[in-house]
Design a protein around this ligand. Structure first.
Ligand SMILES: [Zn+2]
Length: 377
């Protein structure tokens, strides 16, 4: 048994507890949470906030070798062309080592689960060995309709090899603009068999302009049209819409009507890196969306740090309380991965991991530039 206390505990499902203490079994399962009445000998005390392990709701571990290699603020087309030209320039062993280092960092900094996009199979072994839970989305793209069948076949085989290694894995479309209609619909049909789907959504103004020109509607409405052809009248499954930088009310309302369980993942630092813009968070909050937090990849971020994403939100949306942001960073991500019975909040019976967030601005209950996160359990 272990007793861990701190200035504040943020359980996520309840109000913050001043001088809180968590009692855990040796395997990390929470037994009790309460207020520290007297300093007992066997209690470890930390300065800062204790919260549950984070869920990084969008990441591309396999792009970790691109850290520091891409130019910022190039927009979507500039970003895609840089990725294409740099992707194969690092030897395979170095790419794998870079991903492994990042997986270890994620765990040490308190991430307990990650939704990870894979094009290649290079990160399968890393994810299998890590104590951190991952769900792998095998990402497909390709704009030539003739190639859809072959791409789907290869994707299904990759997902099968991931599953054979013990990973939770299924297919996911990259984005509407990068896929032929047959590939988009086949990927969605196959991916939804797992109960999970992920898709980059409305990431850039360029994407919305392209969709407007080609289809006459926002790209999310176009995506929903195709989802509706696969499942009608509503679409089941946990559908992780990623970025949502340029989403709007019409898109959100339509998604809420058609999708049974949408999640809206934001990757603030990545959006700033590529597009110098951020999603309409106050609209998304007003609509009551289940918002999740992700880091995206090191091709468009300087580190895979949930703390840095939270700091970015503090700076750009100072009105959003830390309790709400931690719900996005922990519980909503756990729900998006179907892991909310184990992860995402500090409650008896759960085993979410415990994270210390240090250097808190206590007068505003915010992280400071010096704040770091560290896994305690
Ligand atoms: Zn992404």
């Amino acid at each position: 048994m272990r007793r861990i206390a701190a200035n504040y505990i943020f359980p996520v499902t309840g109000e913050p507890i001043k001088n809180g203490v968590i009692t855990l079994e040796d395997d990390g399962t929470i037994l009790r949470i309460g207020r520290l009445e007297s300093e007992e000998e066997d209690t470890e005390f930390y300065n800062g906030i204790l919260c549950p392990g984070f869920v990084n709701a969008h990441c591309h571990l396999e792009l970790s070798h691109l850290q520091g290699r891409l130019q910022e603020a190039t927009g979507m087309w500039g970003f895609i062309s840089q990725i294409k030209s740099l992707r194969e320039t690092t030897p395979r062993e170095e790419r794998i080592r870079a991903a492994e280092i990042q997986m270890e960092n994620l765990y040490r900094q308190g991430v307990s689960a990650v939704a990870d996009i894979s094009n290649s199979e290079e990160t399968f072994g890393i994810k299998t060995r890590s104590p951190l839970y991952s769900r792998t989305f095998i990402e497909l793209f390709g704009s030539e309709p003739d190639k859809a069948e072959e791409l789907l076949r290869q994707g299904v085989q990759k997902a099968g090899r991931a599953t054979a290694q013990g990973l939770d894995a299924s297919l996911a479309p990259h984005a509407c603009y990068s896929m032929s209609v047959p590939l988009l619909e086949a990927t969605v049909r196959e991916g939804l068999k797992s109960g999970f789907l992920s898709c980059h959504n409305q990431e850039s103004p360029e994407e919305e302009e392209l969709s407007g020109r080609n289809t006459g509607k926002p790209s999310l409405l176009y995506f929903l049209d195709h989802l509706s052809r696969v499942h009608t009248p509503t679409v089941p499954g946990k559908i992780n819409l990623v970025h949502n930088t340029v989403t709007g009310e019409e898109s959100i309302d339509a998604a809420l009507q058609i999708l049974q369980e949408p999640y809206w993942t934001i990757c603030p630092l990545s959006n700033i890196f590529i597009h110098r813009t951020l999603p309409p968070l106050n609209l998304m909050r007003a609509k009551g969306l289940d918002i999740c937090l992700g880091t995206d990849s090191l091709s468009s971020n300087k580190c895979l740090c949930m703390a840095e994403e939270i700091k970015c939100l503090h700076i750009n949306f100072p009105e959003i309380p830390l309790t709400e942001i931690l719900k996005w960073a922990c519980l909503n991500g756990a729900k998006a991965l179907g892991k909310e019975n184990e992860l995402g909040s500090l409650e008896p019976g759960k085993k979410p991991g415990i994270v210390l967030v240090s250097h808190i601005d206590w007068s505003h209950f915010k992280l400071t530039p010096d704040s770091i996160t560290k896994r305690i359990i």
